[in-house]
Write a protein of this length. Structure first.
Length: 293
């Protein structure tokens, strides 16, 4: 459908009722009636109809830039509606950490792009503290966090990720089927830097144990490489370890320290349509696949 303003602009552009009618699939009389309706609305004659063609009246020349402006605005509105419906050229900005960006997001982004191929993603990786700040300042649209580590933003828990003991291949503790936090605390320990909130540090504190921290490292996979070299033991999340067990000995921790992984956002109502839809897509995925995680 094209508005009367659009029809008027096309008539002026093509200087012919007949050409416009043919182009947009209307009858010539319908084009003529539309122009008359617009003239009645404005209370002026816009077009001087002659046998050798059409020309703008003096009033028509005065109104032309305003009617063109309305038509351009209508076209822009329709284009934006089209973009939002198909999420064309939309950018979704997400704050995340290693296990999510490696094990969770790739498959979800792939599935979402099958539905909305025009969507693009920006992943910003950090710790829980950084991600909370990015959400609050809207540097990202939403983020993945440890729900216990953030405040002042909205969160919804998706799943829990268990910490497991990670040992070098020939370590003395591998004879145990599960390992206690007290046993880990007595070994040279490589601590995963999780920002201001550390699940394993809190777990040690709860049982009044102080680990022998030899190294504090931000990158999960650097820690795994260090453990393989016998530089110490560590505690890593199960999703991080998935597919990287070679050259390591993995054991459950008796106390079962957990990280509740949650979506975090500031205001869903002011979030872009693309981000809202992807966030709902993520929630739906975890609702359907809770038993698999």
């Amino acid at each position: 459908m094209i508005s009367r303003y659009g029809i008027f602009c096309k008539v002026i552009e093509l200087t012919s009722f007949t050409k416009v009618a043919k182009q947009i699939g209307y009858s010539q009389s319908a084009i003529s009636q539309t122009i008359k309706s617009l003239e009645q609305e404005l209370g002026v004659i816009l077009i001087d109809r002659k046998k050798d063609g059409i020309t703008l009246t003096s009033d028509g020349k005065e109104f032309l830039p305003y009617l063109q402006s309305i038509y351009r605005a209508e076209c822009a509105l329709k284009q934006k509606q089209k973009e939002l419906t198909g999420l064309e050229n939309s950018i979704i900005r997400i704050g995340t950490f290693t296990s999510v960006s490696r094990n969770i997001l790739p498959q979800l982004m792939k599935q979402f792009k099958k539905i909305y191929p025009g969507v693009n993603f920006i992943l910003k990786q950090g710790d829980y503290t950084s991600i909370q700040k990015w959400v609050q300042t809207e540097i990202v649209d939403f983020g993945f966090v440890n729900s216990n580590a953030v405040k002042g933003i909205k969160v919804e828990i998706l799943y829990e990720d268990e910490l497991l003991a990670v040992l070098p291949p020939n370590h003395s503790l591998i004879e145990y089927k599960s390992i206690s936090l007290k046993q880990l605390a007595s070994e040279p320990f490589i601590l995963l830097d999780e920002g201001d909130y550390s699940v394993i540090t809190n777990a040690f504190q709860k049982i009044n144990q102080t680990p022998q921290i030899e190294y504090e490292v931000y990158d999960d996979y650097s820690i795994l490489a260090m453990v393989r070299q016998g530089l110490g033991v560590s505690a890593m999340y199960s999703l991080v370890l998935n597919g990287f067990e070679k050259g390591l000995q993995i054991r459950p921790i008796k106390e079962k320290p957990m990280r509740p992984v949650a979506l975090a956002w500031k205001n869903e109502h002011t979030m872009s349509l693309a981000s809202r839809r992807f966030m709902d897509f993520i929630k739906s995925f975890f609702l359907k696949n809770k038993q698999c995680l």
